[in-house]
Design a protein around this ligand. Structure first.
Ligand code: BJW
Length: 225
């Protein structure tokens, strides 16, 4: 059985990373358009870099939770028939041990040089304008996908959705495209696992409500039984 799992901020919430739009979420105190667009970065690079530096620092304080680990068990059973497509810029899937993970909105622990176009694994801050290890210029930005930019690897995702038997969406509000449209692109059955109904909840054939740390292990156990 070929499965595509889409994850959003909700899967990392119980690890201690705040979501974007829930109460107490990351956008509170920050207008998304002030920090998550190329225009915002051009206007005030320091503000945007500090926002992402704080999130990169927070990432080193958290660990994968039971939901991330359950997806590793599923990959151990399915191998290449499971693809995890994540909107998250954290690396908790990889820390848990997932191997087939595709980050459509980029990664916090990657820096992209706007001068030479090279990407580098990056764990420290960027606000102080460090030199690019490849070209030496001070042009590194967070390697994340902002509004108006093109998500990474959409060809691969479209093909996987077109070939899947089951599409499962976990912990995403379903308000940001293109991920919000994946439920329509998926050829197979569709399932939503979320605390609250997403914006597109009624488009899923089946929905289950609750915290990811309970729902995801339960679903994986059921599938592997
Ligand atoms: C739990 C839980 C627990 C909590 N257990 N669950 C008009 C119409 C249609 C589209 C557009 C439009 N105008 C503009 C657009 C396009 C635009 C867009 O979608 N805008 C919308 C605002 C309308 N999209 C884009 O610009 C994208 N690019 C694009 O479309 O290019 C064209 C193209 C597409 C395809 C092929 C070729 C070309 C780019 C979007 C980039 C989004 N970037 C961000 C920032 C990334 C960096 C960063 O992390 O800072 O991505 S925005 C932000 O939202 C981030 C997230 O990945 C994304 C989604 O958020 P997510 O994960 O859903 O989090 P929340 O907080 O919203 O929801 C959390 C959920 O968890 C909730 O449902 C809770 O219930 C649940 N939850 N605790 C289980 N314990």
């Amino acid at each position: 059985m070929r499965i595509v799992v889409l994850t959003g901020a909700g899967i990392s919430a119980e690890s201690g990373l705040t979501t974007f739009r829930d109460s107490g979420g990351l956008w509170e105190g920050h207008d998304p358009m002030q920090v998550a667009t190329p225009e915002a970065y051009a206007d005030d690079p320091g503000l945007v870099q500090r926002f992402y530096d704080a999130r990169r620092a927070a990432l080193s304080q958290v660990e994968p939770n039971a939901a991330h680990h359950a997806l590793v068990r599923l990959e151990d059973a399915l191998g290449d028939d499971l693809l995890v497509v994540t909107q998250n810029v954290d690396d908790l899937h990889e820390q848990a041990g997932s191997r087939r993970v595709h980050h459509i909105h980029g990664r916090l622990r990657s820096a992209w040089c706007t001068r030479c176009d090279e990407r580098h694994d990056w764990h420290g801050p960027l606000a102080d304008g460090p030199a690019c290890p490849a070209c030496g210029a001070s042009g590194l930005r967070p390697d994340v996908v902002w509004f108006g930019e093109i998500p990474y690897g959409m060809d691969l995702v479209e093909q996987a959705l077109d070939e899947c038997d089951l599409f499962v969406s976990i912990g995403t509000s379903g308000v940001v495209y293109p991920a919000a449209a994946f439920v329509h692109w998926a050829r197979g059955a569709t399932l939503e696992l979320n605390l609250e109904p997403s914006a597109g909840a009624t488009d899923f054939a089946e929905s289950r409500r609750g915290p990811a740390t309970r729902l995801v292990p339960e679903w994986v156990d059921e599938l592997l039984a």
